[in-house]
Design a protein around this ligand. Sequence first.
Ligand code: ADP
Length: 432
Amino acid sequence: MSDIWQRSFYIVLVIVITALLWMIFGAVNALVFCSFSLLWMVFHHVRHLVALERWLRVSDHTPASIPAGSGAWDDVFAHLARYVRQHSQSQELLSLALERMQRVTSAMPDGIVILDENNRIEWCNPVAEQHLGINLALDAGQQITYLVRQIPFVEYLAARKYSNPLILKQTRQQGIIVSLQLVPYGYKQKLLISRDITRFENLETMRRDFIANVSHELRTPLTVIGGFLETLSADEPVNADFNKRALALMSEQTARMQRLVEDLLILSRLENEQNKVNEKTVNVASLLQNILQDAESLSGGRHHIKLNIATQDQLLGSEEELRSAFANLVSNAIRYTPDGGEISIHWETQDGRGLFFVQDSGIGIEPEHIPRLTERFYRVDSSRSRETGGTGLGLAIVKHVLNRHQARLEIISRAGKGSRFNIWFPARRMIQ
Ligand code: ADP
């Protein structure tokens, strides 16, 4: 009520003065006064309206830029200033929240794309740009299917059954495998979550290959043993010669399976990261003397084997694991060197680092095989490997042992000319 009286104060004043003038000076003077007063009031309102219109049109809409007003306009502008202040505060809070959300989603290992109801890209984080080959600055507003064109994805999007993720092996980014999951939210909007599963898929492929390889390795000896057992258990008598040959072959195949299982157990122990290296000071010179004796018995005098110990430096590491790595390289040199060949085993230090190598004058290796030799079950010549008692796991074991000792394997070889396998140990593992 008081507000209405305040706002109407000037109008009431003009009416009262006009009435007094009418009574004292007559109607003409009173009407002249009244007209001028009304004109002044109209001018006052128009002036403020113009100021408001200009503020709405050209100003930066900050509270400071709101024009000053008088009379009733003072209140209007004060309210406007309060509203603008509150609005800019909530704007600030909103952009802070948005910035925080963008920072959080950018730090996420998963890609996130926001799609509108027509599957157009509204926003995506940098990880999604990388996974799906999107450039947000250029592609915002584009249909996602223009950029991720693979038929399985288009079908997945159309099927509207998003409970399971879709695995996409070929994206615009070469060499990465992504899993895509759509999550509907809000009003027909969708969140597309992408995850790089290349490592996981590769591990899965490795696991499948590994199981297939182990089964394949076990099948041949088991078939041989099974065949002989069937013949021996048949009712017809077998001659003593056959009996002897069968038993010899069965024990050979059993030994082959035993070697395979032993190597598999060693590998699984080495691969288990929880098994820490049992660090001890290893006397390499005496370890190599032992390995030389085993090598000579394996060679049976068919090769000239030399051992050269150029340093008495010892090595910090696991004796058992190092023995396994060195012995594998030495046994390979014997197995892949024809009779009469030369094999040298060597231990020295170079610039503080330890160098162990085995050099042979054997069959050598074609360059294209060298990078793959440490893969499990990778063999250049499978039949030669098997004939000489190989499991295809020797160099994989060597690689794991060296990784656990921060050492590096170097293979230098020429087909027909022989091979040299160097192992470099870091200086911090050397003990004088
Ligand atoms: P394997 O039990 O078959 O010898 P390894 O893992 O020890 O398995 O070796 C992998 C392959 O590397 C072998 O099958 C062989 O083809 C090749 N290789 C290893 N050492 C030598 C060597 N000293 N000379 C020639 N080839 C070698």
